[in-house]
Write a protein that binds this ligand. Structure first.
Ligand code: MTE
Ligand code: MO
Length: 161
């Protein structure tokens, strides 16, 4: 599993951030206790805005695509819809977020819609995210559209982290 999170595409500076880099992001971007946002989650996160500030978003960027190479899962969502509220979970008890919690980096949108009810839904909470791509047009998205396919995906996962 990649130990760095890449930001690329429509950015000023393609950037790779490690666990240590995220720890060092300014306090204004740190979310100290994610259980306050969702009681099912624990640990610390950084605001998406902190990552975007590190890479510098080009003004033409409209879409944010979350890539998880580990299991070939991808979601592309409108940037404006999540820019101010999305976070990346990365730390638990002073260590990196474990894979069973979707680590080392897990995208998370507080109060996202139920699965498949909207573009910005729970399914876009991409685990093992290793690349965040900014773009003008919509990017790659393979969230399942069919109920059967989606149910099979859910059955494969362990929920609760
Ligand atoms: N990498 C990856 N991220 C993923 C998925 C996946 O299969 N692979 N499933 C998505 C779906 S469909 C949902 S509903 C949520 C479930 O998150 P939870 O297990 O933390 O409840 O993770 C999303 N993130
Ligand atoms: Mo889902």
């Amino acid at each position: 599993m990649a130990d760095a999170l890449t930001l690329d595409g429509a950015v000023e500076r393609p950037t790779q951030l490690t666990f240590a880099d995220l720890v060092r992001l300014p306090e204004e971007y740190q979310v100290r206790d994610v259980s306050r946002l969702d009681p099912k989650r624990s640990g610390n996160a950084v605001r998406l805005e902190g990552l975007l500030a590190a890479a510098g978003v080009q003004s033409t960027a409209r879409w944010l695509t979350l890539h998880a190479t580990a299991d070939d899962f991808h979601a592309s969502i409108p940037l404006e819809a999540v820019r101010e509220r999305a976070i990346v979970l990365y730390k638990i008890a002073d260590g990196p977020l474990p894979a069973k919690a979707g680590g080392p980096f897990r995208f998370f949108i507080p109060d996202s819609a139920s699965c498949k009810t909207a573009e910005v839904d729970e399914c876009a909470n991409v685990k093992f995210v290793d690349r965040i791509e900014l773009s003008i047009e919509r990017g790659h998205d393979n969230r399942p559209l069919e109920e059967r396919e989606h149910a099979a995906l859910h059955a494969k996962q362990s929920h609760g982290q």
